[in-house]
Design a protein around this ligand. Structure first.
Ligand code: 4AD
Ligand code: MG
Length: 478
């Protein structure tokens, strides 16, 4: 049944210009071939050679085109072998898909013709067949590492996770918004901005003028633009690149990362935001686990054997909620010696986040109501006395630390106005104040770091290994 559907798909694709050169052979992706039981007639598979094994009477190849972790076995007469048919070469194999006599695979491709499309200089190629390389080694070759099993699995998981997150929001009635990448505001107010300028004076529209008339930056968050849109569409989200000029070489920070941000109008409490964060995490993760189990399994087997159990615990249990004040108390009572002494009013450090998650039984923990002075201007003032807090929430995850940050937004015009005045920002943010003048309502939202989310699902220690082309201080390869 599956085989027939694949063949039909392939035949339909066969009208493409490429296939017209070989009108008789239907082109199948490796994944489609592996899922097919048997296909009558000739097929053609294109991909890269993962292994070549030549025996006296038979030649075995494994080829892969990135569509599946598993490679397709090709069997051929040794006369089809040639000097260029090596590990890493790009090939096109034409032949018949037949039931395999081996227990390891359902089908194999009995080759009638093998064409080396692009040879590979195996002496210079940084990878060798059947070797498993540490992620740090592969990281040196951002232009080639996607050909390794580990990175190709990662990229398929990344792609499925992207789709799962979009589906979650779509299924729950959110409108997707493209927030701008170039912006004139610093949403987080931390000054970690990349300045956008034209390359040289000749490209400026006028002598001594800025291209946009105002200083412009790469966005650190789409939140403020999402607030605009949530004020018309009620529930919105964005999923795009975000940039931070943080001088951090940590295993959790990148200068360019992807963030999923949601904004919801007509909220009643922080609980509304917390619920969406937990639902998003659990729904998207379950979808990814069911869509690409083999790819996830590869990481759980070879990179982080404890992660599978951890993830099951996270999906099964209700996430915990504690206040920042409770968190500081827990840390103070802890027998652990911290490098940074926990103190009310100070930010939680990685070591603190780690301890809090352990204290709560290795389940994700929402920490709510942070000190007013620690958080950006847009957060709702809880007006709660000497230990002055805002309605903020951070989600801490075992092994990763902070995965999400969110808050209720300050929608009371007078509160917001005086906070912006105090920061000398009220002129620049007139438009933001307008949102509170014209049909405002309680609202809030959050941002989830996509790379940290992938680190969490797969148990990858370094964030540089879950993004195709990592950007961080002193490195912008390719
Ligand atoms: O906590 P953050 O800074 O929150 C915001 O930007 C809010 N404006 C989001 C919102 O409410 N719409 O960032 C959100 C998340 C963090 O929890 C973290 O997972 C991730 O983005 N993140 C980073 N990921 C990789 N590298 C960095 N340098 C990151 N900085 C933040
Ligand atoms: Mg944060």
């Amino acid at each position: 049944m599956l085989g027939a559907r694949c063949l039909l798909l392939a035949l339909r694709r066969c009208s493409s210009a490429l296939c017209l050169k070989h009108p008789q052979a239907a082109r199948l992706r490796v994944r489609e071939a592996l899922e097919a039981q048997e296909v009558s007639g000739d097929i053609k598979v294109q991909g890269w050679v993962h292994s070549v094994r030549s025996q006296k009477e038979i030649l075995f190849l494994h080829i892969n085109d990135g569509s599946s972790l598993e490679s397709l076995q090709v069997v051929a007469d040794p006369s089809l072998e040639n000097r260029d048919l090596t590990f890493g070469s790009a090939v096109e194999v034409q032949g018949k898909l037949v039931k395999s006599p081996h227990r390891m695979q359902n089908v194999e491709l009995k080759a009638e013709n093998i064409r080396v499309v692009g040879p590979c200089d195996t002496l210079m190629y940084p990878f060798k067949p059947r070797e498993r390389y540490p992620l740090e080694y592969s990281r040196q070759f951002p232009h080639l590492r996607c050909r390794t099993n580990m990175l190709s699995s990662l990229l398929r998981v990344r792609s499925e996770a992207t789709a799962a997150i979009h589906s979650f929001f779509k299924d729950n009635g959110y409108v997707h918004v493209h927030t701008p990448i170039i912006t004139s505001n610093d949403c987080e107010g931390a000054g970690e901005l990349f300045h956008v300028r034209t390359l040289n004076k000749a490209q400026q529209p006028r002598e001594n003028s800025l291209f946009f008339n105002v200083p412009a930056f790469l966005t650190v968050s789409g939140q403020l633009h999402l607030e605009v849109m949530a004020g018309a569409f009620t529930q919105v989200f964005t999923f795009g690149p975000t940039f931070r000029a943080e001088n951090s070489q940590s295993r959790r920070h990148l200068a360019e990362f992807y963030m999923i941000e949601a904004e919801i109008f007509f909220t009643e409490s922080l609980q509304d935001i917390i619920q969406v964060m937990e639902d998003l995490f659990k729904t998207a993760t379950s979808t990814v686990l069911s869509k690409c189990p083999q790819d996830v399994e590869l990481f759980h087997k070879y990179v982080s054997p404890a992660q599978k159990g951890r993830l099951e615990q996270m999906l099964k249990n209700k996430f915990r909620i504690i206040s920042y004040t409770e968190a500081v108390e827990i840390l103070k009572r802890s027998p652990e010696t911290f490098t940074f002494q926990p103190k009310w009013g100070n930010d939680l450090q990685t070591e603190h986040e780690k301890y809090l998650v352990k204290h709560c039984g290795e389940v994700p923990v929402f920490v709510i109501n942070y000190p007013y002075d620690l958080k950006p201007f847009y957060m709702w003032d809880n007006e709660d006395g000497p230990q002055h807090t805002v309605a903020a929430v951070d989600l801490l995850i075992p092994g990763v630390g902070e995965l999400c940050g969110g808050s209720l937004r300050e929608e009371r015009l007078d509160f917001l106005q005086s906070r912006l005045e105090g920061l000398g920002l009220s002129d620049a943010y007139q438009w933001y104040l307008d949102l509170r003048r014209f049909g405002s309502a309680p609202h809030g939202g959050f941002g989830m770091g996509f790379e940290r989310y992938l680190q969490c699902i797969l148990g990858v220690d370094n964030i540089k290994d879950v993004i195709p082309f990592p950007r961080f201080p002193h490195s912008c390869l390719l």
